[in-house]
Write a protein that binds this ligand. Structure first.
Ligand code: PLP
Length: 334
């Protein structure tokens, strides 16, 4: 990317046009979860996208803009799972080679789905940092194009399309709540939302251990975090040493960051299923977790992005049956 590239609302509108036929316009479903607080809560069901997560949006926008030369050399990415699956899905449609670098902590359900799409999977170490080193090597040695899961202008613009759909469905929204990891999702949504309706609050929610973006915003600079097993496996990982886009966007445009515990995520996954009959992976349930633990100030219709459904079934079944789930050397229960 040249240094003078700016990212604006126009890019988000273009992304919307580009992703037609690959990503869908997702439903905005009323939730029962706010009923006892008298709150108007709407769930943006990114979980029903092809590949089961919003990452298809950014991947479609980024891959469909590649030059023929870049297409010939293929694409590579580091991922906690869903971005890799999205890149693999779009690459297969376009007939491109795709290499996805995953940590060994990636849930098996996500690894299997990526392999089934025909992408090459590399699992070289236990952290996202180690995956990134393999990405850097493939870019240097084989001339592949890196598609970052969050720090890429086309990926961010793609995720921002969610905000366009939200305002069309509900022009009266007062807040948008989105899961927050690398910040492509929340940053893209904030980019579009603040351009269309600056008064609408945009809130990012992370798990309380290893919340790289929330910690970095608080510190005013990029900070490294320790990666710990979490029910929100999609939110684990750092921001990259040379973050260019997502940190700046989130720091400038997010109104607030909220942290939730593993137990709060567990309870939210359970409540989403038992009350709304919705399947959310841990990383997708953090907005509902913030709501249910009274960490959101509600002052009008609030959209919560339910970002994906790709949960390991052993974990999901345990949560639905109120059994403990093992996370590394800990156990979580409701
Ligand atoms: C990637 C992902 C997130 C976080 O998105 P960022 O752009 O990294 O902040 C949230 N939920 C799910 C399901 C994801 O796959």
């Amino acid at each position: 990317m040249p240094d003078d590239v700016q990212l604006g609302l126009n890019d988000v509108f273009e992304a919307r046009r580009r992703m037609r036929g690959v990503a869908i316009e997702t439903p905005l479903a009323p939730s029962s979860l706010g009923a006892d607080r008298g709150a108007d809560i709407l769930l943006k069901l990114e979980s029903v996208q092809p590949i089961g997560a919003f990452k298809i949006r950014g991947a479609a926008n980024a891959l469909m803009r590649l030059s023929p030369k870049a297409c010939a050399r293929g694409v590579v990415c580091a991922s906690s799972g869903n971005h890799g699956r999205a890149v693999a899905h779009v690459a297969a449609r376009l007939g491109l080679r795709a290499v996805v670098c995953l940590s060994t902590a990636t849930p098996a359900v996500k690894v299997a789905a990526i392999e089934a799409l025909g992408a090459e999977v590399r699992q070289l170490g236990a952290t996202q940092d180690e995956s990134q080193r393999e990405v850097d090597r493939l870019v240097a040695d084989e001339g592949m194009t890196e598609i970052s899961p969050f720090d890429h202008p086309d990926v961010i613009a793609g995720q921002g399309v969610i905000a366009l759909e939200l305002f069309e469905a509900r022009p009266d929204l007062s807040a948008i709540v989105a899961p927050l990891s690398g910040g492509g999702l929340a940053g893209g949504i904030a980019l579009a939302a603040k351009a269309i309706a600056p008064h609408v609050r945009v809130i990012g929610v992370s798990m309380d251990h290893g919340a790289a973006m929330a910690d970095s915003i608080a510190a005013g600079r990029l900070v490294a975090v320790e990666e710990r097993p979490s029910l929100a496996d999609a939110l684990v990982g750092g921001l990259g040493e040379s973050n260019r886009w997502s940190f700046d966007l989130c720091r400038r445009l997010l109104d607030e960051t909220v942290l939730v515990s593993e137990q709060e995520i567990y309870r939210a996954m359970r409540a989403l299923f038992l009350q709304d009959r919705l399947v959310a992976e841990g990383g997708a349930a953090v907005g509902a977790a913030a709501l249910l633990s009274s960490k959101l100030a509600l002052d009008g219709p609030t959209a919560i992005v339910l970002s994906g459904r790709n949960v390991d079934m052993t974990v999901f079944r345990a949560i639905i049956e109120s059994r403990p789930v093992r996370l590394g050397d800990r156990e979580v229960e409701g």
